[in-house]
Design a protein around this ligand. Sequence first.
Ligand code: URA
Length: 186
Amino acid sequence: MEALENLASKIRVCKLCDLSTKRKIAVPGEGPNTSKLFIVGEAPGRFEDEQGKPFVGMSGRFLNRYLELAGLNRSDTFVTNAVKCRPPNNRKPDEFEIITCRPYLIEQISLVKPKIILALGTSAASSIGMKFEHISEIRGRLMEVSLSSINLKVFVTYHPSFPMRFKKPRPIFLEDLKEVRRILNA
Ligand code: URA
């Protein structure tokens, strides 16, 4: 869709925060404008910053594998991040960066109009305007969230880097993705 591509072009030259001086390539996100599922990650890592595409590094491969195990198809999904430019040294994006980048996310969501937003981890949940102390308060169920007067259905699960590093949360991560598939197919 032209509007999504125009937005991506704007993101690629964005200078709204300091991350723009450190990135190689901004990563707007990718996927069909008709996607029922809209995935939000945290921020680009090294490989994403080099290729300009979301989730192409190790956590991306892990995510792809688990999406497939859950019966979800990444090629039918819009995939983006809370923050479109890589924070240096793989640190987490800070609150200012998340808030500054949020209008891009809102515009992408308004254009794609997905059925469900899958927020991966705390930065993604914060970028959608969710308030929480710990991810356990919001993980694993469908929630209604109002963001900039748009009503969204949001499902929060772990960022894939967590179950990638540790075995214990893997069954929960898979069950969450399967639940998302069930909701999408309902
Ligand atoms: N981690 C993220 O949150 N997003 C990416 O695009 C890659 C790694």
